[in-house]
Write a protein that binds this ligand. Structure first.
Ligand SMILES: [Zn+2]
Length: 266
C-alpha cells in the first residue's frame, strides 16, 4: 500500500447545527486508515466572517501540526480586505493553500475579476495552490473554475472535485489542456478516475476525501474509489501521495510536530 495524503478535508466545530469531527477524532480516523496528513478547510467560514474562522482553523490544525495542514479562505466580494486577509494568513507558513467554495460563498469569479486576479497573484507569489469546489452551477461549474487557471498561468488551480458527478468529462479535457490545472479526485467513481488519468495524466490528479464534516465513513470509501481503479502502482502513488507532496512542497517545508517551527519562512 502506498503512502496517503488527503488533499480535501474539513475541520470545523460545526456545520450549522451539526457538530463536526474534533481535531483528535479526525487524526484518529487518519491513523485508522493510515493516512499521513490531511489538508483541512473551514466550513462555517464559507457562510460567515472569514477572519475568526481562519484563526479557529489554524488553532485546531495546530493541535496536530504534523498531520493537519490548514488552507485559508477569504471572501472575494470584500475586495481589498479579502486580499489583505489572505496576505495576513499566508505570512504564517502553516497555511499551505487557499480554499474557495464559490457556490456556498456566493460569488462568480468573472464578476470579481480584479480581486480574483490579485488573489491569483498572491497565491503565485507564495507558491501555494488554490483549491476551489467545482461541479455545481451557478458559480462553481468546472469551466468557471478552470477559467482561473487560464487567467493566471503561474498559479496552481485545483478542481476540488475533478468535475464531481456531472462534469468529469470536461474536467479531464481541461486538466489535459491547461498545464496549471489539477483535479482533486473527491467524489467521482473509480471508472471516472481511469478516464481522468487517461486524459489528464496521473501527475495532475490528487486524492481527496471531503471527510470531517459528516463523520469518518467518507475517508475509506473514497480511498477505495482510488484503489479500485485500474491503475498502475506508480500512478496510484502519484495520486495518493506524490502529487500532494509536490504541490504542498512537503519535501522542502517538512511538517513538524511543533507549530511554531513548522516549515520556517516561505
Ligand atoms: Zn469539501
Amino acid at each position: 500500500m502506498t503512502r496517503i495524503i488527503d488533499f480535501h478535508a474539513h475541520l470545523d466545530e460545526r456545520w450549522f447545527h451539526v457538530p463536526c469531527d474534533s481535531p483528535s477524532s479526525m487524526v484518529a480516523t487518519l491513523d485508522r486508515f493510515e493516512v499521513e496528513a490531511a489538508c483541512v478547510f473551514t466550513i462555517m467560514g464559507f457562510y460567515e466572517d472569514c477572519i475568526p474562522h481562519n484563526e479557529a482553523l489554524l488553532r485546531r490544525a495546530n493541535e496536530y501540526p504534523d498531520r493537519l495542514i490548514p488552507f485559508v479562505t477569504v471572501d472575494p466580494k470584500l475586495g481589498r480586505a479579502a486580499v489583505d486577509e489572505l496576505e495576513r494568513c499566508l505570512a504564517n507558513p502553516r497555511f499551505r493553500g487557499i480554499k474557495f467554495h464559490p457556490w456556498l460563498q456566493a460569488f462568480a469569479s468573472s464578476m470579481l475579476r480584479d480581486t480574483m486576479m490579485d488573489i491569483l497573484h498572491v497565491a503565485a507569489q507564495h507558491q501555494v495552490p488554490i483549491l476551489l469546489h467545482d461541479g455545481t452551477p451557478p458559480y462553481s461549474t468546472t469551466y468557471q473554475v478552470a477559467d482561473l487557471a487560464r487567467w493566471s498561468p503561474e498559479t496552481t488551480i485545483v478542481l476540488g472535485h475533478a468535475g464531481s458527478a456531472d462534469y468529469v468529462s470536461p474536467a479531464a479535457q481541461l486538466i489535459r489542456e491547461i498545464p496549471n490545472l489539477y483535479g482533486c479526485f473527491c467524489g467521482p467513481r473509480p471508472g471516472d478516475l481511469e478516464h481522468l488519468v487517461a486524459l489528464g495524466g496521473a501527475e495532475k490528479i490528487i486524492f481527496g476525501s471531503d471527510f470531517g464534516a459528516a463523520g469518518w465513513r467518507l475517508l475509506p470509501e473514497r480511498i477505495d474509489n482510488v484503489t479500485e481503479a485500474k491503475l498502475t502502482p506508480a500512478e496510484l502513488d502519484l495520486i495518493l501521495y506524490g502529487n500532494s507532496v509536490r504541490l504542498l512542497k512537503l519535501d522542502e517545508f517538512l511538517l513538524t510536530a511543533t507549530a511554531s517551527s513548522a516549515g520556517g519562512k516561505r
